[in-house]
Write a protein that binds this ligand. Structure first.
Ligand SMILES: Nc1nc2c(c(=O)[nH]1)N[C@H]1C(S)=C(S)[C@@H](COP(=O)(O)OP(=O)(O)OC[C@H]3O[C@@H](n4cnc5c(=O)[nH]c(N)nc54)[C@H](O)[C@@H]3O)O[C@H]1N2
Ligand SMILES: Nc1nc2c(c(=O)[nH]1)N[C@H]1C(S)=C(S)[C@@H](COP(=O)(O)OP(=O)(O)OC[C@H]3O[C@@H](n4cnc5c(=O)[nH]c(N)nc54)[C@H](O)[C@@H]3O)O[C@H]1N2
Ligand code: SF4
Ligand SMILES: [Mo]
Length: 707
């Protein structure tokens, strides 16, 4: 091999699995991207998206320098002009209308980019607006709320110990397509199969027979949005059949009797009526959870992003607690990361309902309002109406409910700035776009996902390529904006040091550092010396010393969860005879809304069609492969339908993140793809009422043949 070929090790930061990659380069070219066999977490696994890291790096549509809108055109400007203009315009809005009339929306890749996490705060603090939004409330907010309520910290999240469990109940998650979520689990197919090889089982509950359901020991169809009945009935069964065993956490539990009383009305028979899952089957699920040592219940998007998202996530924690599955090997265990180890006194625990949104009265959580409320706060006139917006690595026009309303809202803003490297459905509305370097051009430490991983490791990667001259990393953009904003406000702010310095401090103070007396005396330098990553061992019980509640106890039933149980007991969900429930769908070759500009990912047969059960098609005299009109409360879209027995009757599935054929979008390959945005018909008023999290799954729709 010529000696200018270099080998780099770098985590893939596209999804939560954070696979280790081995990247060979020559000059500015990528020669190959493979899985890193020596990575202690991902063990050589890679999915098709990993190789597409190259496509983002080389993409001619990707912006490298700041641009400013001039009519329909974008013109390049320098960073100083960009920072000063943004600061002047944002501060002018704040001075005229109020500090909170500038809103911030932060999208998913923020948590995949450690510089955004270490430096986003300095920007927000200097901006000084309470109007913060993020993809969290389109996603995992219900789990944060449940963990905040039960364990006292939104980030003290028990992770399924998939490598040791004997029974895994997966509700509303499809790790074979998503590669796991709130469970960083690279190589998930092998890890799931290993459960079966050691004599264990895993069961999937999902309205669609997914890729994961396909390899499971059992798959149960469930009507979308009804899981809360099933979960409450499982808890009811645990009490009714005397199966409750809270194990070593018993002395820490408060309110067991209250939970028992609250669950009493939710019999498996009632759950059967709502869910379609047989009562006896529900009892069996509860018995298996109770009787199998090393069992774990895990629920993801399907039970989070729905009308009872928070109650579902709470109930899943309660089931684990009451079956001795929390904080035991094979159950659910909090990870022990080198950085960001949650323990009493750790900042960022969260708060809930300290204020509410102006228009719909949705609650804040940890300083953020639900994203379902963002567009209406821009569109609704009155004191406090939002006038300006900052988006950071987000595409709410395709990701948030009622995308058409969002589109309209963004087009009417006084000023918008996007920190993003693509001109897409959202950023096309910006006045200025500030593009950061791409992943392969900056160093990397997985601040978020090492805290959620199924095995403890630590890994730091150097940049693969030198960034081109005059380009800035996300964290440098935040520093630049903070300084410019402070200047406009007549204040002063000191830019933060680079993220690696901040991480080093945290690692040294963390559980493997010298300060904790750990033999490794871990520092970032030591982590850097092992580019494949350092193995820090399996998950282990630790909760007793880590509970962040004031009392040091686990209070099982907060008043707001009790109120939500009452809401469930009083509900009478009805589906009109011609109505169908729409759910989403993820595919291994797609990643939310922003990876459709990679030819290697979009080639092959299209993946954006509506799936519908053959019985539902024939009842409407609709043909497989024809174009259909899908209508919801907020609007309609027209797309192609495929007959599929994967979805249960009464359910249709349409993936999100498509619909790139719009004026002003500069994504050459993505814009050539078919498909519509399913969020053009999801409903901003359909939320989990407790948390305000969007209910993007289980949306009532009607489907018609087109003429
Ligand atoms: N109907 C329906 N809607 C959904 C979902 C669903 O299942 N169904 N899923 C929801 C979920 S779970 C999520 S997380 C959201 C995601 O929603 P969003 O986070 O709003 O959208 P993304 O598609 O992730 O868009 C990411 C943006 O970040 C940019 N970007 C990528 N990397 C970087 C970077 O390093 N720095 C910067 N500054 N920008 C970067 C991309 O160009 C893109 O514009 O969508 C939600 N919407
Ligand atoms: N390839 C790929 N990987 C990704 C992403 C991606 O877009 N593409 N996105 C990443 C992100 S941001 C996230 S948050 C994760 C999400 O990770 P997952 O949650 O594992 O992924 P989903 O495919 O959204 O799985 C949700 C499942 O819930 C089911 N479901 C829908 N409604 C209901 C319901 O009411 N009840 C039940 N029980 N099930 C229901 C759906 O059919 C689906 O199978 O994936 C991450 N990984
Ligand atoms: S599963 Fe694929 S997209 Fe996710 S981190 Fe691994 S290689 Fe990247
Ligand atoms: Mo997500």
């Amino acid at each position: 091999m010529p000696n200018d070929v270099k080998t780099h090790y770098r985590a893939c930061n596209l999804c939560e699995a954070i696979c280790g990659l081995e990247i060979k380069t020559q000059g500015q070219q990528v020669l190959s991207i493979k899985g890193d066999k020596n990575d202690p977490l991902s063990r050589g696994y890679i999915c098709p998206k990993g190789t597409a890291m190259e496509d983002v790096y080389t993409d001619p549509d990707r912006l490298r320098y700041p641009v400013k809108r001039k009519g329909d055109q974008w013109v390049q400007i320098d960073w100083d002009e960009a920072f000063n203009t943004v600061a002047e315009r944002l501060v002018a809005v704040q001075q005229r209308y109020g500090a909170d009339t500038v809103a911030v929306y932060a999208g998913n890749p923020n948590v995949h980019n450690y510089g955004s996490m270490t430096h986003g705060g300095i920007f927000r603090k200097t901006l000084g607006s309470k109007s913060n939004f993020s993809a969290t409330s389109l996603d995992q907010l219900p789990l944060h709320l449940a963990c905040y309520s039960l364990y006292g910290h939104q980030s003290l999240i028990p992770i399924p110990d998939i490598d040791h469990t004997q029974y895994m109940l997966i509700i509303g998650g499809n790790p074979l397509a998503s590669n796991g979520s709130l469970m960083t689990v690279p190589d998930v197919p092998k890890r799931l199969k290993a459960i079966q090889q050691r004599g264990g089982r895993f069961v999937v509950i999902d309205p669609r027979r997914t890729e994961t359901a396909e390899i499971a020991d059992q798959h149960l169809f469930i009507r979308p949005g009804t899981d809360a009945y099933l979960l409450m009935a499982m808890i009811q069964t645990l009490f009714a059949e005397n199966l409750v065993n809270s194990g070593h956490l018993n002395d820490l539990l408060e309110g067991v009797n209250e939970v028992q009383a609250a669950c009493l009305p939710f019999t498996p028979e009632l759950a059967e009526q709502h869910t379609g899952v047989a009562a006896e089957q529900i009892r069996r699920l509860a018995r298996d959870m109770a009787n199998i040592e090393g069992a774990v219940c895990y629920g993801r998007m399907g039970v989070s992003v729905q009308v009872y998202g928070s109650l579902c996530q709470w109930a899943i924690q309660i089931i684990n607690i009451l079956t001795n599955s929390l904080d035991v090997p094979g159950g659910a265990l909090a990870a022990s990361p080198a950085f960001g180890y949650v323990k009493p006194g750790e900042s960022g625990s969260g708060h809930f309902n300290a204020w509410r949104s102006r228009v719909s009265g949705l609650p804040e959580f940890a300083g953020e309002l639900p994203s379902a409320a963002l567009a209406e706060e821009i569109l609704t006139e009155g004191d406090g109406q939002y006038r300006a917006l900052v988006t950071i690595a987000g595409n709410p026009v395709l990701s948030a409910p009622n995308g058409k309303q969002m589109d309209k809202a963004l087009s009417g803003l006084d000023f918008m700035v996007a920190i993003d490297f693509y001109i897409n459905e959202t950023t096309r509305h910006a006045d200025i776009i500030l593009p950061p370097t791409s992943a392969l051009e900056h160093d990397h430490y997985d601040l978020a996902f090492l805290r959620l991983a199924v095995h403890n490791t630590a890994r730091f990667n150097e940049p693969v390529f030198e960034p081109p001259q005059g380009t800035l990393h996300d964290w440098e953009i935040f520093n630049g904006l903070a300084v410019a904003l402070a200047q406009c406000k007549g204040a002063e702010v000191k830019p933060l040091p680079s993220p690696d310095k901040l991480i080093d401090l945290g690692v040294q103070r963390g559980p493997y550092g010298a300060a904790a007396g750990h033999g490794l005396a871990l520092t970032l330098d030591k982590i850097k010396q092992q580019p494949h990553g350092i193995d820090l061992g399996p998950l282990k019980p630790s909760l007793r010393d880590r509970l962040c509640t004031d009392s040091g106890m686990i209070k099982l039933l907060d008043d707001y969860f009790l109120a939500d149980i009452v809401r469930l007991s009083e509900a009478s969900p009805k589906v009109a005879p011609d109505e169908l429930m729409m759910i989403g769908r993820r595919h291994i070759r797609s990643n939310n809304s922003w990876m459709h500009n990679s030819h290697r990912l979009v080639k092959g047969k299209p993946r954006w069609q509506l799936l519908m059960h053959p019985d539902d098609l024939s009842a409407r005299q609709i043909e497989h492969g024809s174009r259909v009109r899908i209508q919801s409360r907020v609007g309609e879209v027209v797309t192609e339908v495929l007959a599929s027995e994967e979805v249960m009757p009464g359910v249709v599935s349409l993936p999100h993140g498509w619909g790139h054929q719009r004026k002003g979008v500069s994504l050459t390959i993505a814009a050539e793809q078919g498909g519509v945005s399913c969020n053009d018909i999801t409903d901003n008023k359909l939320v989990d009422q407790l948390s305000g999290n969007a209910a993007l799954n289980g949306v009532p729709v009607r489907v018609f043949a087109t003429d």
